[in-house]
Design a protein around this ligand. Structure first.
Ligand code: ADP
Length: 234
């Protein structure tokens, strides 16, 4: 029998609100608050690429951080493959994130002192995989993103598009069910951005992919687009 987590959508976000204390205080302490997200609901199934659109300040990054379990909602709940991330404590939450969610950022976030292969293998080091297995998996992933001949290069010796492909390979290292990309083409020219988007759509075969962007051409590639304005789903 298929477990329930395989039937339900990979990502479910129910009535999620995130408030920040304006000026850095504590929400609820009586000071002014900013509502970055206001009761947003959405779900993403395996195999879908969902775009998150909206002007600067509309809540895209806040939503992505919440979906990735890097932040906790003020109200509402987020489940990834049936598990409410906020309900997991400390180490369990870190492990859950590592095993289930891959992240891709606008500015790549690669470690400059490590080679491409070492960057890709990093999540596997944290997961406790043996050195041989890590190297093999990292090499396979780099080959899959078209960088077999760049394994030993450090990020500084790679172009922006190549760095982003390394970052995507790294996001896939633990074979996560969910990939979250925040403005993945923001630093790239149009042609290079298209190649990165090809890659992100290719990997969605059996994964849920969520891509925030304000580029039309990025959003056109999504199966579905969710629009945010002032923290509210339109
Ligand atoms: P986007 O990614 O669409 O540009 P954000 O999610 O970064 O939007 O921001 C949404 C709103 O929340 C904005 O009004 C922003 O100023 C506010 N905001 C984001 N992070 C914080 C924070 N740490 N403290 C206070 N306000 C924040």
């Amino acid at each position: 029998m298929t477990p329930p987590s395989e039937i339900s959508p990979a990502v479910v976000c129910s009535e999620v609100t995130r408030q920040y204390a304006d000026g850095g205080g504590i929400v609820g302490a009586g000071g002014p608050t900013v509502t970055a997200l206001d009761a947003v609901s959405l779900s993403v199934s395996a195999g879908e690429v969902v775009g998150i659109a909206g002007p600067s300040g509309s809540g895209k990054s806040t939503l992505l951080h919440l979906l990735a379990g890097l932040d906790t909602p003020t109200a509402g709940a987020i489940t990834i493959r049936g598990t409410d991330i906020a309900s997991l404590g400390g180490r369990k939450q870190t492990r859950f994130r590592r095993d289930n969610i891959g992240m891709v950022f606008q500015r790549f976030h690669l470690l400059p002192a490590l080679t491409a292969r070492e960057n890709v293998a990093l999540p596997l080091v944290q997961a406790g995989a043996k050195r041989r297995k890590r190297r093999k998996r990292a090499s396979e992933l780099l080959a899959a993103v078209g960088l077999a001949d760049r394994e030993s290069h450090r990020p500084g010796a790679l172009s922006g598009g190549e760095q982003q492909r390394v970052a995507i390979a790294r996001a896939l290292a633990a074979d996560p069910a969910v990939v979250i990309a925040d403005e993945p083409t923001g630093e790239l020219d149009r042609d290079t951005g298209e190649q990165v988007l090809d890659l992100l759509t290719d990997i969605s075969d059996d994964r849920a992919v969520v891509v925030a962007s304000h580029d039309e051409y990025t959003l056109e590639r999504a199966d579905r687009v969710i629009n945010l304005l002032d923290g509210v789903r339109q």
